[in-house]
Design a protein around this ligand. Structure first.
Ligand SMILES: N[C@@H](Cc1c[nH]cn1)C(=O)NCC(=O)O
Length: 436
């Protein structure tokens, strides 16, 4: 969309972003429900970890299919299915009384979650002008954290009060019923805008759609931006932050959990700031990513090099800065939006979203394996974060130069390009990607 966003666009976004809030609430609900789940299903820590791995696995595996579905059937249908499956998963969890049933319920939640984010990004691309995309994407991310907050103390109170079955039944039913609001209120495109092209789904054509998105240098750059920026905050908040602070640093568990809230507030505040800035000045996108990665590398060096317990005065600002990785990763989606036609934005967004989750999985597994090998040496194990960061940064720089080369070519042909850039020393000899 090139004109102005209307009140209708904002209503549609609001109806859609509520689904993301619900998705993040359900995604993170095992943070407080984990202990009760262990009791209910009679399982230990390792089996409990399987819930998270399964949920993230389903989420990551579904990203590209989700993008294709969104481009094919439109975000309204996919988002309606998303909220329905999120609710269904929690209803199943409410009545599940065995470990396998609990796992199935969580996989259904992961499936609904996987359908959510890409649909909302596609709605934003259709209903808002390009310059507002980054801000709306960042606001969406920030609102997701409200769901994360709701899944802490409020959900804990509900589980301690009414208990497991009434709580999950209630949140599941409310969520599933919200599918009606999405189906009625959300529209795929503004009046007169292009509708998704439906018809028979031909696997060959779908494969071509994914291949074209992947071959587009801007998508690939977005993938590596997402890969490099969002995994470290994820690894800390989803898995290794509390063990690092408790076993590695000697802080009490309650202090460690409270410290991780810095990530929630950092992203909620930083997201709209980063989004607003890059919406006004798209040429700042890559310098911001570069600046974030540079400072993050220094922070990791300080955290891992500190002898003895790292003081709070260092941890709090360090975590506050690292929390900006989430908002910075949204730059990856802005690149997918700018460098793909609207008919392929869903697929390209799905491709980009795989980046951060692949990096999170690699890094979380590597930390676990290294902890086992070293007998719990957190500083050595967390070095793997720096290795993943270096790999992501290297690939990102490769695709940054290639994307710039393609832009210069397009400019020379007199085509409209998404950002104005000046040729620099490092652009000399940058190869054009084979497909362009
Ligand atoms: N980059 C995250 C979202 C985000 C925004 N601010 C902080 N994090 C992302 O890719 N999210 C995908 C999802 O499904 O949540």
């Amino acid at each position: 969309m090139t004109g102005r966003a209307t009140r209708r666009s904002w209503f549609i976004w609001f109806a859609a972003v509520t689904v993301y809030l619900l998705a993040v609430f359900h995604r993170t609900s095992f943070g407080v429900a984990g202990l009760q789940a262990a009791d209910r299903f009679g399982v230990g820590a390792a089996a409990l970890g399987t819930f998270t791995v399964l949920q993230v696995g389903v989420y990551a595996a579904m990203q590209i299919p989700t993008g294709v579905l969104v481009d094919r059937y439109g975000p309204r249908r996919v988002l309606t299915a998303a909220v329905f499956f999120l609710g269904l998963g929690q209803i199943l969890l409410a009545v599940a009384d065995s470990y396998p049933l609990g796992l199935i319920a969580r996989a259904v939640v992961g499936f609904g979650d996987a359908l959510t984010f890409v649909s909302i990004m596609r709605l934003i691309a259709a209903h808002f002008p390009g310059r507002q995309y980054a801000l709306l994407a960042a606001l969406t991310g920030a609102i997701g954290y409200v769901g994360n907050l709701a899944a802490t103390v409020p959900l804990g109170l509900l589980l301690d009060g009414p208990g497991w079955t009434p709580t999950f039944l209630a949140v599941g039913l409310v969520t599933a019923l919200y599918a009606a609001v999405v189906a009625l209120r959300v529209k795929d495109s503004p009046p007169g805008g292009p509708a998704p092209v439906r018809g028979r789904v031909h696997p060959k054509l779908l494969g071509r759609q994914v291949a074209e998105a992947w071959r587009t240098p801007g998508t690939r750059l977005g993938f590596w931006v997402h890969f490099s920026t969002m995994f470290a905050p994820n690894v800390l908040t989803m898995l290794w932050g509390v063990p690092f602070l408790v076993q590695g640093q000697g802080y009490p568990k309650s202090t460690a959990s409270s410290l991780l809230i810095v990530f929630v507030f950092g992203s909620m505040i930083g997201g709209p700031f980063v989004g607003g800035l890059i919406g006004r000045r798209p040429s700042l996108r890559m310098p911001l990513v570069g600046g974030y990665i540079g400072v993050a590398a220094v922070i990791w060096a300080v955290l891992l090099g500190w002898s003895g317990t790292t003081p709070m005065a260092v941890l709090v600002p360090a975590f506050a800065f690292l929390s900006l990785g989430g908002p910075a990763s949204m730059i990856g989606f802005a690149l997918a939006r700018d460098y793909n036609p609207l008919s392929r934005v869903g697929t390209a967004t799905g491709v980009v979203n795989v980046g951060g989750f692949v990096a999170t999985t690699i890094s979380a597994l590597a930390v676990g394996v290294l902890l086992e090998w070293t007998g719990g040496a957190f500083r050595l194990a967390l070095l793997s974060v720096i290795v993943v960061l270096a790999l992501g940064t290297f690939r990102m720089l490769v695709w940054w130069r290639r994307t710039r080369a393609v832009l210069f070519e397009a400019e020379a042909r007199g085509e409209r390009i998404p950002v104005q850039i000046r040729r620099r020393r490092w652009d000399a000899g940058a190869p054009l990607p084979v497909s362009s």
